[in-house]
Design a protein around this ligand. Structure first.
Ligand SMILES: [Fe+2]
Length: 303
C-alpha cells in the first residue's frame, strides 16, 4: 500500500509542435495521444499511458506532478491525511484529467506544486511482447530512456517540504544538504528504494528545477551527450558524477527552457537506512562531485 513511484510530470511549453519534436526525436519518447493543446508521451519501457504531458501555455514550468499509488484505497487514505494537514483535495474519476488517465486526487502541496496521486492509469504495454521479448524494441530514436526517474523541485521551505512529504505521504529521506544556519538546502526523498523520486532545493515556491529520465549505464549517458551536441541542444552540465545520490547525470534544456536530466547509477536503500548529510561547504561536491563547485546556472535557472 502507498505511493509506488513518480508517475508523470505535466510540463508547460509555449510551442507545442517544437516541444513534441524535441521530446520524440531527440529525447526519444513515444507519443501515445494528442489533444488540441496537450501531447501525451511515455518512455518506451513504461507500461502506463503517459509519463510526460506537454501542455501548450504562454510560459514554461511545471503544471503538475503525479505519483502512482498501488491501490485505489490509497487515494482515500492519503486524501484523509492531506485534508487533516489542512490542505484541500479534489477527487477525479478515471479519464477525467485526460485520455488514459486514472482515478486521481489533486492538491496544492505546501511547496506550491499542484500534486497528484493517481491509480489505475491505462496500461498500453512497453512495446515488447510478454513472451520471449528482445531486450529493446527496434526502431527507437534519440536518447530513448526506458523510464522517467525523478523530479527536482524548488520551494521556499525545504524543511517544510521534508515534513509534509515524509509525515503525510510516507516518503523517506535519503540525503540532505544542510545550510550553515541549520536549515535544509536540499532534501532527497524516495519511495522506490533508490536515492530519490523527488527532491526539493531551496528556491521559489512551485518551481521546476529539472525532471530526469533513467538510463541503464554510463555508455548511454555518453551517447545522450553526443546526441544533444549533434542536435544543438543546450547542455547545462555533465556528463558528471553527483556526490549526493552517487549517480551520474547530464543536464540539458528543452526548447522551452525546462531543464531535463538523464541519470544513472545511485544505490539501493532500505527503509531503515540513516540519511546521508552534506554540509553547505561541500555542496559543490554534493551536486557536481568532479567539478567540486555548482555552476551559477544550476542555482539560479529554474522554470
Ligand atoms: Fe536529478
Amino acid at each position: 500500500m502507498g505511493i509506488l513511484r513518480l508517475s508523470h510530470v505535466e510540463v508547460r511549453v509555449p510551442d507545442l509542435e517544437l516541444a513534441t519534436a524535441y521530446y520524440t526525436e531527440v529525447v526519444g519518447l513515444v507519443e501515445t495521444e494528442r489533444e488540441p493543446d496537450r501531447v501525451f508521451l511515455k518512455c518506451w519501457d513504461e507500461h502506463q499511458h503517459h509519463s510526460v504531458i506537454l501542455k501548450m501555455a504562454p510560459t514554461y514550468g511545471l503544471e503538475s506532478v503525479g505519483f502512482k499509488v498501488q491501490d485505489a484505497a490509497d487515494l482515500d487514505t492519503y486524501s484523509a491525511r492531506i485534508e487533516a494537514a489542512g490542505i484541500a483535495t479534489k477527487r477525479y474519476s478515471a479519464g477525467e484529467l485526460g485520455p488514459g488517465h486514472g482515478e486521481a486526487v489533486r492538491f496544492m502541496s505546501p511547496t506550491g506544486h499542484l500534486t497528484e496521486l493517481v491509480f489505475g492509469m491505462e496500461q498500453v504495454g512497453n512495446m515488447l511482447p510478454l513472451t520471449n521479448p528482445p531486450p529493446e524494441p527496434l526502431g527507437l530514436v534519440g536518447i530513448h530512456p526506458p523510464r522517467i526517474d525523478h523530479v527536482f523541485l524548488t520551494c521556499e521551505d525545504v524543511d517544510g517540504a521534508f515534513s509534509f512529504f515524509s509525515e503525510v505521504l510516507d516518503f523517506r529521506l535519503t540525503e540532505q544538504i544542510m545550510g550553515d544556519d541549520g536549515y535544509r538546502l536540499v532534501a532527497f526523498l524516495e519511495r522506490t528504494h533508490t536515492p530519490h523520486d523527488v527532491a526539493f532545493i531551496t528556491g521559489p515556491q512551485g518551481g521546476l528545477h529539472h525532471f530526469a529520465f533513467w538510463l541503464d549505464d554510463w555508455n548511454q549517458m555518453r551517447a545522450a551527450a553526443d546526441l544533444c551536441a549533434y542536435h544543438g541542444v543546450n547542455i547545462d552540465a555533465g556528463p558528471t558524477r553527483h556526490g549526493a545520490t552517487r549517480g551520474h547525470g547530464l543536464y540539458f534544456f528543452d526548447p522551452s527552457g525546462n531543464r531535463n536530466e538523464v541519470y544513472t547509477g545511485g544505490y539501493w536503500v532500505d527503509p531503515d537506512a540513516e540519511p546521508v548529510t552534506w554540509t553547505e561547504a561541500e555542496m559543490g561536491k554534493a551536486i557536481f562531485y568532479y567539478e567540486g563547485a555548482v555552476n551559477q546556472r544550476f542555482l539560479t535557472v529554474h522554470t
